[in-house]
Ligand binder design. Structure first.
Ligand code: ATP
Ligand code: LTN
Length: 327
């Protein structure tokens, strides 16, 4: 079976962009892949985090993983900092990455702009991500479209190391979904829906109440034309809502647009509220059951042990190949 690896940062409420762009795939892939899902707390400290909140957010993401349908018997679920191999491999890869390629990463450019000085960890973020992936001999990495550049860098690093030292790493492929791969902010459909945007109505979190979901969708930016039509260029707001509708319902955007022809945005938005609430309600019910449970902690402990055993072998192989250590 092919190996799948992916991760989510514990930086706040997971939104429908994270879900439709990445997490939904995590569940589907379990059917015929050997899956490892990580909560990447080491990535999250590239931006300031409150220690108490960070701990809670780690458990929030873990509980959400299980609530959306990740099965800890089939897949490994663990926290990045519980497995030392991530930091070890990251350093080795850092010494083989170029500052030029890292400074071209758009995420770094975006997150460091307007800052007088950015943490070096933010600059090295994609190298740590490459370490996560290469540590598990990963074949497939399901992520949102915004991570394409980081996957390319991971592949470049794997090929570079293989060329330098012999067959060291599996070269992974990204897996991106068509609909939902990039969910845009509800208040500004030209930027992606984000956990960290100041306006809470710009996103729909998986744990939002029906009232909050309703308000966010009804307030969502559209245009004055009044016609439900998919046209990203001229109608980015409506097209984003169509995309979300399509991803939740499994229906084609054209088919949905045809259903609302001539009826304005009201009915379309009202139905989208219902579809979204129906999609998140079972997730929220499962979340309530598991979030405070001992079972959640046991699953993460077991996951760290299983991930640790796999990663130790890779770290040993890599260290041997580059000539590290005395014994
Ligand atoms: P932030 O927006 O605060 O930078 P984030 O929402 O990107 O955080 P991550 O934990 O970095 O959160 O991402 C988790 C997964 O969700 C990644 O695979 C990422 O590609 C995907 N993702 C994030 N935002 C979106 C979005 N708006 N649309 C689709 N996928 C997304
Ligand atoms: N950078 C990713 C999170 C992430 C990740 C990974 C995703 C860290 N390590 C390894 C896939 C594989 C993001 O989603 N922003």
């Amino acid at each position: 079976m092919k190996r799948v690896f992916s991760g989510v940062q514990p930086t706040g409420n997971i939104h429908i962009g994270n879900y439709l762009g990445a997490l939904k795939q995590f569940v589907e892939l379990q059917e015929d892949h050997d899956c490892i899902y990580c909560i990447v707390d080491m990535h999250s400290i590239t931006m300031p985090q409150d220690p108490k909140e960070l701990k809670q957010h780690i458990l929030d993401v873990a509980a959400l993983y299980l609530s959306i349908g990740i099965d800890p018997k089939r897949s490994i679920v663990f926290v990045q900092s519980d497995v030392p191999g991530h930091a070890e491999l990251s350093w080795i890869l850092t010494c083989n990455a170029y500052t030029g390629e890292l400074s071209r990463m758009t995420q770094f450019k975006q997150k460091s702009k307007d800052k007088e000085s950015a943490p070096a960890g933010l600059f090295c973020y994609p190298v740590l991500m490459a370490a996560d992936i290469l540590l598990y001999d990963t074949d497939v990495v399901p992520v949102g479209n915004d991570q394409k550049q980081h996957i390319e860098l991971t592949r470049d690093l794997a090929v570079r190391m293989n060329g330098k030292y012999g067959n060291m790493f599996v070269v992974p492929d990204g897996r991106f979904l068509k609909s939902g791969a990039r969910v845009m902010a509800l208040d500004d459909p030209t930027s992606k829906m984000s956990k960290s945007a100041p306006n809470a109505f710009s996103r729909i979190s998986l744990l939002d109440t029906p009232e909050k979901i309703k308000k966010s969708i009804m307030k969502a930016t559209t245009d004055s034309e009044g016609e439900v039509r998919f046209d990203i260029e001229n109608k980015p707001g409506v097209s984003n809502l169509l995309n979300i509708y399509s991803a939740f319902s499994g229906r084609d955007v054209e088919d949905i647009a045809a259903q609302y022809a001539g009826s304005g945005y009201g009915a379309f938005k009202k139905d989208l509220v219902e579809i979204t609430v129906d999609a998140v309600t079972p997730i929220q019910q499962k979340y309530e059951e598991i979030r405070q449970s001992q079972e959640l902690l046991d699953i993460l402990k077991d996951g760290a042990e299983r991930a640790g055993a796999i990663s130790e072998k890779t770290v040993k192989r890599v260290k041997d190949m580059i000539g590290f250590g005395a014994c």
